[in-house]
Design a protein around this ligand. Sequence first.
Ligand code: B12
Length: 301
Amino acid sequence: MNIFGNQVKKIRKERGLRQKDLAEILKVAQSTIANYEQGIRFPDEAMLRRLADIFGVTVDYLLGRSPDAATDSGNTDFHAQASQVLDPLVEQFIDYVLELNTTEAEKIINQMLLKKTDIIHVYIHILQPALYEIGRRWEIGEIDVSEEHYFSEVVQDIMARAMSRVNGMREGLVFVGFSVSGEFHDIGIRMVSDVLAIHGWNSIYLGNNLPASSVLKAIRDSKADAVGISVTMPYHVNAAAGLIRVIRNSNLQKPVRIVVGGRVFNHDSELWKRIGADAYAKDAEHLVAVLSEEGAYVSQS
Ligand code: B12
């Protein structure tokens, strides 16, 4: 019985990928995918892991050992990242939120916010690692999905309150940031948009699930200088590539720089080039450096 091959074929189709598309993402020949699906070949451990990552499922699910795509059935050490050594402040912040003590959690953050640029430090060094840790705990079944949802809502509330310290309308260069259509993860691009706002950009954050026509309208109406597209799940990469083509082929009054970022790019350092973006940044702080290094944009702060 070819359980693995059948799983690959089923999930590939669910994600709307052709064998050719999957082969391109994995940088293998199309025949390799065909062989997997027909049970002629079986991947090594690294390739199994990559396939699971690309599909956003567990290795157990790929192997037909678990009926659940998102949680492992016991054999979790294969897929879950090792627990990282966490900054005690991050750990304390997580504990408070999971104990539903948001007052104490927010106190940790507020004590760090003496000037507006401290928000960047809090984002990158407290909230971001806390969210990554929450993802890890969810993946190994240590916390429930409801706790993961709650945690991300609390983080977004805290971000909104922190940003109320930064003035509303800015006169600087215009950045339009959003997550590619279909992508639920939008906290990362929201952080990026906020960080650019702190650096004086007129930063317009659009959230997620926008049709291409609305993206184009936003770029046109705002006369955007740069557009930021966020992708977390590997199966949304094609949508991002398509959107980049649409933006390039549209008749904009002025050229716009297209920058991309998000988990999927952090795991494949050349992917941004292959999908036609102008630049990539690994996190919000890095983006500021990338944009100013390019010399095209000078921080207004
Ligand atoms: C919160 C969360 C959710 C929330 C999202 C809420 C929201 N409004 O965003 C909810 C519950 C909705 C969710 C859903 C899902 N999730 Co989820 N989620 C997470 C979690 C825990 C945190 C994500 C996050 O906010 N990270 C913090 C931000 C700040 O980090 P970041 O996104 O990397 O962003 C930084 C950089 O990447 C960069 N960046 C990001 N975007 C951009 C854009 C530009 C232009 C630039 C320059 C830079 C840049 O800068 C950012 C700031 O520094 C992660 C764990 C993780 N490791 O990330 C899992 C995680 C991403 N989710 C995962 C999965 C599997 C899912 C689901 C498929 C689960 C399911 N079965 O339903 C769905 C996805 C559905 C979909 N269509 O998208 C997996 C993905 C695994 C994989 N193979 O890729 C993860 C890794 C969890 C895990 N350990 O397994 N998720």
